[in-house]
Design a protein around this ligand. Structure first.
Ligand code: ADP
Ligand code: MG
Length: 389
């Protein structure tokens, strides 16, 4: 059986590992931290710097196919092994840099939010003044979970932090995007198998708090026409990438913003960003679908056939993230499973086993199934709250 090497040993790598194991595959993990989530579960765990040539070569020599669970793995590390990396390293290069990503989407006439590129700290003040507030300033590289970005509703807000940002040249290059009024955020998980079969999951609706994903709902509360258009755009991206593997595309929907090229029922669609890997919003597919996002990627990596995944539950499914706060709010620094674990609507509870709980750090998630979205969201929130009661 084949051995799949995964760059990154966090929760995404861990859930992917379980899907590969189910199909009889072997897994090697490479991560910089010896305490990463996967270190608990994978026998062949390589701990080392992403620039440690010897360690990387040894890891590579034990693997048939390589993939990555996180787009912030250095491109130069992954591109050394481009002949056996899925998705190919060129896709990683584009998705790990917001400037390349926007250029790619623009070149393919796909709708994105109005933005400017700011090459360095010297240009920042002048360029932002010429743009318009409110805006979101994002470092081109390295951000995730709302990190490395600033929301400025006015020039006065920007002035308060201007010196701090200018004194951090590593923040640049950056992009400033118009902060649009969002009516919804959704994601489309889409994949292409090695023999050219394109498959997608039902569209998932995402609710963020402080720019981090709080919970996801499936099916998304959008009409069929909108859903079809989102899948059409996503398919266009898969083809433009010549993708083998799985990607997740984040969309902004707005009923009250400057026009994008496309509007359906007065809803404007914008592509926010592309993750070249499984995604937090897709965790609900583990129990809600006959094949999860990890199962689909595992099949592609192992070059096995794969059908279109289907929802196997009726009603609505809600996945809610469990952050470090849930641990820290308890006097003993742990979770209280007493009330939560008994609900029959709770269909998944996954605690990643991270050694340290921190504010805003994703420590686990839980998924519930209920008759409609409102009930599912409410129960997910209650179940989560009970963990720290
Ligand atoms: P990350 O890589 O950290 O996920 P995103 O660019 O997806 O960064 O931004 C995180 C969240 O911040 C988005 O899901 C959305 O809720 C909000 N956001 C980002 N850009 C904009 C924008 N231009 N207008 C309005 N909200 C935005
Ligand atoms: Mg995002």
């Amino acid at each position: 059986m084949k051995t799949i090497g995964i760059f990154g040993g966090g929760q995404l790598g861990s859930m992917l590992t379980q899907s590969i194991f189910k199909l009889g595959g072997n897994v090697c993990i490479y991560d910089e931290s010896k305490n990463s989530v996967c270190s608990r579960q994978v026998a062949k765990f390589y701990q080392g710097s992403y620039h440690d040539e010897t360690n990387l070569q040894e890891f590579n020599s034990n693997c048939d196919i390589l993939t990555y669970e996180f787009e912030n793995i250095p491109y130069t590390t992954v591109s050394k092994f481009s002949d056996k990396t899925i998705p190919n390293s060129n896709i990683l290069k584009i998705c790990q840099n917001r400037i390349y990503e926007k250029q790619f989407l623009q070149n393919h006439n796909l709708p994105i939010v109005r933005h400017i590129i700011i090459e360095n700290e010297h240009e920042l003040e002048e360029q932002l003044r010429a743009f318009s507030f409110p805006l979101i300033l994002k470092s081109a590289k390295g951000g995730y979970d709302g990190k490395s970005q600033y929301i400025f509703n006015s020039e006065a807000e920007f002035k308060l932090l201007a010196t701090q940002i200018i004194n951090n040249p590593r923040f640049f290059p950056a992009v400033a995007e118009e902060k649009i009024s969002l009516s919804k955020e959704v994601s489309c998980i889409i994949a292409q198998t090695q023999d050219g079969n394109i498959i997608n999951f039902p569209i998932i609706e995402n609710v963020h708090h402080d720019n981090i994903l709080e919970y996801s709902i499936c099916p998304a509360r959008i009409n069929t026409e909108l859903s079809k258009t989102i899948i059409q755009y996503s398919t266009q991206i898969v083809k433009a990438f010549n993708l083998i593997g799985l990607i997740v595309i984040e969309f902004f929907l707005s009923t009250n913003s400057p026009k994008s090229d496309l509007s359906i029922d007065n809803t404007h669609i914008f592509i926010n960003e592309i993750a070249p890997r499984p995604h937090n919003s897709g965790h609900l597919t583990i129990k809600a679908c006959n094949l999860s996002q990890f199962d689909v990627l595992a099949r592609i990596l192992l070059n096995m056939p794969c059908n279109q995944p289907e929802l196997i539950l009726s009603g609505s499914i809600c996945m809610i993230n469990i952050f470090g706060e849930s641990f820290l709010n308890n006097p003993n620094g742990n979770l209280n499973f007493q009330n939560c674990a008994l609900s029959k609507n709770l269909i998944d509870l996954n605690i990643y086993g991270k050694t340290q709980a921190k504010l805003g750090r994703k420590m686990g998630h839980l998924t519930v199934n209920h008759i409609d979205a409102m009930s599912a969201i409410e129960l997910a929130k209650i179940s989560k709250a009970s963990l720290s009661s």
